[in-house]
Design a protein around this ligand. Structure first.
Ligand SMILES: *[C@@H]1O[C@H](CO)[C@@H](O)[C@H](O)[C@H]1NC(C)=O
Ligand SMILES: *[C@@H]1O[C@H](CO)[C@@H](O)[C@H](O)[C@H]1NC(C)=O
Ligand SMILES: *[C@@H]1O[C@H](CO)[C@@H](O)[C@H](O)[C@H]1NC(C)=O
Ligand SMILES: *[C@@H]1O[C@H](CO)[C@@H](O)[C@H](O)[C@H]1NC(C)=O
Ligand SMILES: *[C@@H]1O[C@H](CO)[C@@H](O)[C@H](O)[C@H]1NC(C)=O
Length: 248
């Protein structure tokens, strides 16, 4: 095709993608299915696009529908030169910083709900409880960081590698977690710990100066989230907020 024809083709294809997505969003809402709305998040540059878990051949419209219908698809990459449709899962988060725009490459990324959503826990447990400061206090939506005044922080006994864990309502990609420390006393107790998702390591905090609130990046998929301290100490924590995407 001539450059002008290519441009026109890409332009029309994009309009169709948008119309299709709006149509699917409308039908999904009215039929009560999970909504999936894709946002264009970048232009591919060179070899820096993320690894796809499924590659199909077809138009950009079909690509958006395939992603829509495929569990675990959080986004897709489509390029006019090959008509290849590449579906992505959570791995896109690791690659995002390396995406770069190349003006003459007609390739596009779309990603579902590009901003991670607050996820919610159901059941929880912890190694032991002191002062009746049970595990639910780290998931009660109350981020008060004063143990006695707030009554909203967990507290274990003095243990070797004390832990806290909770289950998500559904399997999710946990992109990051925001963790609130106890600050009225002994903030150093919440340090040198690991976050595990379904028993797989996904993040660590080991700092020289204690934190009040911190984000731990993760990126794994699962439903059981565990925080394990590497210290022999009491474990105290005031809230554990997971952010990411439910994937079913
Ligand atoms: C995502 O896809 C990549 C590439 O196929 C694969 O290596 C990875 O295990 C997948 N991750 C998830 C959470 O499905
Ligand atoms: C926390 O907030 C979420 C969303 O508003 C709600 O579903 C959940 O029940 C709340 N948890 C508690 C313990 O209040
Ligand atoms: C919570 O625990 C109960 C009892 O063990 C179990 O039946 C239920 O599936 C759990 N819920 C979640 C969301 O893990
Ligand atoms: C944590 O930090 C301390 C002090 O910097 C260091 O000695 C220790 O090896 C670190 N632990 C891990 C598991 O990285
Ligand atoms: C954690 O990350 C979120 C999303 O990027 C941001 O809004 C928040 O300010 C961060 N919190 C901290 C303590 O860095």
């Amino acid at each position: 095709m001539l450059p002008v024809e290519r441009l026109l083709f890409v332009f029309l294809a994009n309009i169709l993608v948008v119309v299709t997505l709006l149509f699917y969003q409308a039908t999904a809402s009215s039929s009560g299915q999970n909504e999936r709305y894709y946002t264009q998040v970048g232009t591919a540059g060179g070899n820096s696009f993320p690894p796809a878990f499924k590659v199909l051949e077809g138009s950009s419209i079909r690509c958006s529908i395939w992603c829509w219908q495929t569990p675990r698809c959080l986004g897709f990459y489509w390029t006019v030169s090959s008509m290849l449709c590449q579906l992505f899962n959570a791995s896109v988060y690791y690659w995002k910083p390396s995406w770069g725009a190349i003006a003459d490459q007609q390739s596009e990324f779309y990603m579902y709900n590009a901003t991670p959503q607050r996820l919610h826990f159901f059941n929880c447990s912890q190694i032991s409880a002191a002062y009746s400061a049970f595990c639910t206090r780290a998931m009660d939506n109350n981020t008060n960081t004063h143990f006695f005044d707030g009554g909203s922080c967990i507290h274990t006994n003095n243990e070797i590698k004390p832990w806290w864990e909770a289950d998500l309502a559904q399997t999710a990609v946990i992109v990051y977690a925001t963790i609130y420390n106890r600050i009225d006393m002994s903030p150093e107790r919440l340090n040198n710990f690991e976050i595990l998702v379904d028993n797989v390591f996904c993040g660590r905090v080991n700092v020289t100066q204690h934190f009040v609130v911190t984000n731990v990046t993760c990126g794994l998929t699962g439903s059981k989230v565990r925080l394990v301290s590497q210290l022999t100490e009491h474990l105290t924590m005031c809230e554990f907020e997971p952010y990411g995407f439910y994937i079913q």
